[in-house]
Design a protein around this ligand. Sequence first.
Ligand code: DGJ
Length: 731
Amino acid sequence: MIKRCFQAILFPVILCALSNLSKAQYTIIPVETAGNALVLGVNKGKDLSIIYYGKKLANAAEYGMVSQAYRQTSDYTKVLDAAYSSSGSRNLLESAITVTHADGNNSLDLRYVSHQTTTSQEGISQTSILLRDPVYNFEVTLFYKCYTDQDVIEQWTVIKHGEKGKVTLHKYASANLHLKAKGFWLKQYHGDWAKEMQPEESKITHGIKTLDSKLGTRANLFQPSAFMVSLDKPATEDEGTVLYGALEYSGNFRTDLELDYQDNLRIISGINNYASDYTLQAGEEFQTPAFLHLLSYSGKGDASRKMHDWARQYKLLDGKGNRLTLLNNWESTYFDFNESKLKDLLKDTRKLGVNLFLLDDGWFANKYPRNGDTSGLGDWQVNRSKLPNGIATLVKEADNNGLKFGIWIEPEMVNPKSELYEKHPEWVIKQPGREEHYFRNQLVLDLANPKVQDFVFGVIDDLFKQNPGLAYIKWDCNAVIYNAHSAFLKNQSHFYIEYMRGLYNVLKRVREKYTTVPMMLCSGGGGRVDYAALQYFTEYWPSDNTDPLERIYMQWEYSYFYPAIASSNHVTDWGKQPIKYRTDVAMMGKLGFDIVVGKLNEKDLAFCQNAVKNYNDLKNIIWQGDQYRLSDPREEPVASVAYISKDKASGVVFNYLVTSRYGDGSVYPIHLKGLDPKALYSLEEINLYPGTSSSVDSEKKYSGEFLMTVGFNPVVNSGRSSVVLKLTQKN
Ligand code: DGJ
C-alpha cells in the first residue's frame, strides 16, 4: 500500500500517505527529486516538521525511522525542527514568521491541515502544505517545487488571514530548512564595486549568522544571497555533501543560519524584514519570493552543474538559445563620442567579426547633457549635438555593416541635474525635509508609484518603437537607495517590497511585449544578479573589474551559481596581461570587447579576429556543456577550467598562469574530468598568438581514462601564460 502511494506521487494531484512504520504518530510527506528527499512529518499534535533532508531512500516508508537514529538532547519545544517556525508560542529560536494579529496579539502557532502534490509538467512536481493557526483565522501555505533531474527545490509561502482587521507581518520568510550533520561549513560571498564575489568559508558556530542586504536596489553590492553549506566536512570540488542556497529576489534579502543547542542547523531565508513590516488586509495574499536549494553528495562541482542545467532549462531567459558577441564603447570613449566616432566604431565592430555594437552611457539628455555622470539621467531623449540624426541612423548604419545595434539604459535612476527631476520631484526616492545623499551623483526613482512604472516601461518601449531594429539592451543600475521614502505610498513600511514589485511589473511588461530581445543585467558592475531577475535577462555583468587575472577568480566563484552563457565577459584594457590572456579569459562565458580596435597592432587584431572565429566554433560547448573546475587559482599557480559537451565528444580547456613567482607554472598535469574513459581524444592548442607555435602535439591520441587519471600538461609558464586547448573525440 505504501509503495503504491509513493508511486502515485508521480501522477497529477495526489494526496499523500501514512507510513506503515509510524502510522500511529506520523503523516510522512516526502518532497522528492531524482536523488534527494526533503521529508516532512506531521505528529499527533499536527506540528509540521522536517524529519529528513538527504539522499532519497528506496523504501520511502523508512523515513519514519530516521529520527530514532539520533540521540541528541531533548527538544523541549517540539518545534525545533519546524518546517516553518512561528514566533510567540512554543518556538524559542529564530522564526520564519512573526505577526501581530488584528487584536494586537503577537502569538502564532501553525498546525498542519492538508497537503497535495501535483505534476504539471514532466520533470517538475509541486507539493503544497496548508498550515493554520488553531486560535486565529490565519493560514500559511508552504510550496515546494521540485525539479526532478536537477535536484533543485524552490520553496515559497503564501500568507493569508480572515481576521477582523489588519494583521502586521513582521517577518515572512520564504523557506525554513532544518539540517542534521556533524558540523557545518558556510561558504559565503562579500564584495564592493570591482571586487564582487569574494569568497569566505568558515565553520558555523552556535548562534545566528546572518547574510543580508539593506541596499534596496543593487542589493548584491556588498553581499549576494547565494551561499553554500557543507555538511560533515568542507566539501571539495568533487567530494562531500553540499547544499546550495539562494533567494530569487533582487531586493533586500535576509538569510539566517542558526546552529541550535542540539547542533542542528536551521536556515531561514526570505525578503529582509528590515524597515518592512507588512500590513496584510483580510483576504489579501502575501506571496514570498522563492528560495532555491540544491543538495549534492558529490561536491561543489556536481552541484554547480546541476544548477547550470536547471538555470538553462527553467530560469534564465532563453537559457538554451543564442547570444550575441559584441563591441561596447564604454571604456573606449566614455561620454566623449559623436555620430562620426560611432560610425567608425561600427566599422571596427565589423572588422573584429563580432555580431553587435553596444552604445553605452552618454547618448541622451539635452538641457543637461549626459557628458558625465553628474547630469542628464532620466532625460531619455537623444542628445542632439552628439547624435543629430538620432539612434535610428546608427541602427541603419549597423545594418549596412551587417551588424546589430544595442543600447545602454539606466531607467530606474535620475540625476538631480535633469529635466525629469525638475518636472517630477515627487517621483524620486528621498526623505522630505532631509538633505539628499547621492550614490554616483544620482537618486533612485520610486517604482512603487505606478506612474513611475509606466515611465520606466515607456523608456524601453519608446526606444523600440523609434528603433525597431534595436537588438540588445544593457540595463544598468548604479545607485543604492538612501533616505528610503516614497511620496506615493501611504505606508512607508511597504516601501522596499513595493519597489521590487514595481520593478518586476515593469520587467514583466517589457517581456510580454519584447519577448526575446537579449538584455544584460548590469548594476554598476555586478551589484545585481539573482534568479528572479534572470527570468527577464539573458545575461549579467559580473563586475566592472575586467582585469583578466581578477576575472579568473570572480568568474570561478560566480560560475558555481550561474552558467557561463549568462556571464558577460568583455576584453578591455584593464590589467597588465597581453590581449591573448584577456581574450582567453573572456571566452569563458559570453564574449564581448570594450577596447579601441583601431589602436590594436596588426598581430593583436589578427589574434582577436581569429579568437572570435574560434569562439563561434566552441561557444555552444561553453554555453551548453558541463563546466568542470580543474585547478583552483586559490590553491595552484595554474587555473584550469573545462567545458565538455553533453555527449562527451568535444570540449575546451582554459589554462592560465595566476602567479608571477619565479619558475611557477604547470609542474604537474591537469586532471581532466567528465570524459568517456574508453574514448580516444586529441588535444589541439587554439587561440595561438600570431607568430607563435604550440608545444602541444595535436596528432597524439589519449584515452579519456588517461586524461582523467594521469592528466595532461598544457605547459603553462611565464612564456605561455594562457593556453586554450580544444578537445576532440577521435574514435
Ligand atoms: C556602470 C557599468 O557597469 C559600466 O559598464 C558602464 O555601463 C557604466 N555604468 C556607464 O555609466
